[in-house]
Design a protein around this ligand. Structure first.
Ligand SMILES: Cc1cc2nc3c(=O)[nH]c(=O)nc-3n(C[C@H](O)[C@H](O)[C@H](O)COP(=O)(O)O)c2cc1C
Ligand SMILES: Nc1ncnc2c1ncn2[C@@H]1O[C@H](COP(=O)(O)OP(=O)(O)OP(=O)(O)O)[C@@H](O)[C@H]1O
Length: 142
C-alpha cells in the first residue's frame, strides 16, 4: 500500500486543484491531503474560506482518501504520523525539495519527494488560480 501526501491551501477549488490531486493520487494507492492552516498561509493573501470548510471540500473529492488540517507549528508532525511513501509537491509550491528530503531523513522517515505536473487552461478564460478567481470576482462585482 503506497501512501501519498499532498498539501496546499485549497481556497475556492478549481480544476488546477483537481489535476494536482489526481496526479498525486496516481503516484500511489492512498491519498492523504494536508490542508494549510490559515495562520500558516503567510506567503500570499490569507484564504477566504475557513479551515474546516477547505478541509471538508477537499475531503469530498473522489481521489482523496482523507483530508486533514495541518499542524499549527510543525509541518513535519502530520508527516511523522501519516508515515507516507511519497510527498507530492505541487508544480509551483515554494518548498525546497532537497530541504524537505533532508528533514525527512533527519527524522528517520523513508519517503520520496516528487513534483506533480502543471495543468494549463483548456479553453479561453478558464481560471486555474484561486487568486485569479478572486480578482475576477472583484472586477465583475464591484
Ligand atoms: C510536506 C509538507 C507538510 C505540510 N504540513 C503542513 C501543516 O502541517 N500545517 C500547515 O499549516 N501547513 C503545512 N504545509 C504547508 C501548506 O500545506 C502548503 O504547502 C503551503 O502553505 C503552500 O501552499 P500553496 O501551495 O497553497 O501556496 C505543509 C507543506 C509541506 C510541503
Ligand atoms: N493549474 C494548476 N496545475 C497544477 N497544479 C495546480 C494548479 N493550480 C494549483 N495547483 C496546485 O494545487 C495546490 C494548491 O494550490 P493553492 O491552494 O496554492 O491554489 P492556487 O490556485 O495555486 O493559489 P493562487 O493562484 O491563489 O496562489 C498547489 O500544490 C498547486 O501547485
Amino acid at each position: 500500500m503506497v501512501t501519498v501526501v499532498a498539501q496546499g491551501t485549497f481556497d475556492i477549488l478549481h480544476p488546477g486543484h483537481v489535476h494536482y490531486l489526481r496526479d498525486a493520487a496516481a503516484m500511489g494507492d492512498r491519498l492523504v491531503v494536508i490542508v494549510a492552516r490559515r495562520a500558516n498561509v503567510t506567503h500570499k493573501e490569507p484564504p477566504i474560506l475557513p479551515d474546516r470548510q477547505r478541509v471538508a471540500m477537499v475531503d469530498a473529492l473522489e481521489m482523496v482518501d482523507v483530508a486533514r488540517i495541518g499542524h499549527p507549528e510543525d509541518i513535519f508532525a502530520p508527516i511523522e504520523e501519516i508515515d507516507p511513501d511519497v510527498i507530492a509537491l505541487g508544480h509551483d509550491q515554494h518548498h525546497d525539495d532537497d530541504a524537505i528530503a533532508e528533514e525527512l531523513d533527519r527524522r528517520g522517515i523513508d519517503c520520496e519527494v516528487r513534483r506533480a505536473s502543471a495543468r494549463d487552461p483548456e479553453f479561453e478564460g478558464e481560471l486555474l488560480s484561486t487568486g485569479r478567481i478572486i480578482d475576477r470576482i472583484l472586477e465583475e462585482r464591484e
